[in-house]
Design a protein around this ligand. Sequence first.
Ligand code: NAD
Length: 254
Amino acid sequence: MKLSGKVALITGAGSGIGAATARRMAAEGAAVALVGLPEAGVRDVARELSATGGKALALPADVSDSNALAAAVESAAREFGHIDIAVPNAGIQMHREDVNLHELPEEVWDRTHDVNYRGVYLTCKYALREMVRQGTGGAIVIVASVTGLHGWSRNVSYMTGKTGLIGLGRYIGVHYAKYGIRCNTVCPGALERTPNHDRHPDPEGRRRNTTERIPLGRLGTPEDIAPLITFLTTDDASYATGANFVVDGGLTVA
Ligand SMILES: NC(=O)c1ccc[n+]([C@@H]2O[C@H](COP(=O)([O-])OP(=O)(O)OC[C@H]3O[C@@H](n4cnc5c(N)ncnc54)[C@H](O)[C@@H]3O)[C@@H](O)[C@H]2O)c1
């Protein structure tokens, strides 16, 4: 088990990539703090992991709320004694509203950046504070998106936030290496579901059009992404920091 004795804090852990990563890390021996909304999601995943012998703690919190997030990180550190791994992963995508920059309502830009960008900044900030204080190093994996590597997304707030996260990962990689803290970003490609999936205007059209462009011929799943995130937090990845890792079935290079 590669994460035995480690404590991982994962945001957006009640579904999708966050839940799959929690399961994977728990299987590698980590204790997992599951942060996110809705409350039922993180509680269900925590119950599932505890029932199979894992150590898990549900911490319902909105990642864009600084006080709530600080309290969640403190609770995790108090409950488990330390935090070694952070996966800022929670994200939203306002598929219908986040289009046409010249007409874009400011509240759409603000809400997307509050969750996807500010939420990651806050998660990194509070996790780094614990890790620096502990003095035993750490590993952070930020979940960005291949959307952040291109200009083709219609969802301008989503795209620009994800581009910013890749820069944030580089910054942390450079500036926290002296504390033994590594930070990398992962860019998933198009998965079977998207954040706020039910609000996508044309899920079947998206599936058809995107699948055609993916060399491996299928959309991804959360279980395709979780192993890479987990690997990057283990000592096997001890020389990787400040880097961006794409896992997209070949979409980006096609
Ligand atoms: N699914 C894809 O196609 C895809 C592709 C690239 C990147 N991503 C990124 O992966 C990450 C995880 O997404 P996913 O695909 O697992 O979808 P998901 O919707 O299942 O996961 C996002 C999680 O974040 C939670 N969340 C949303 N707003 C929150 C808030 N304010 N506070 C706390 N939790 C909140 C959601 O409830 C959900 O549990 C996101 O950052 C997303 O942008 C997804």
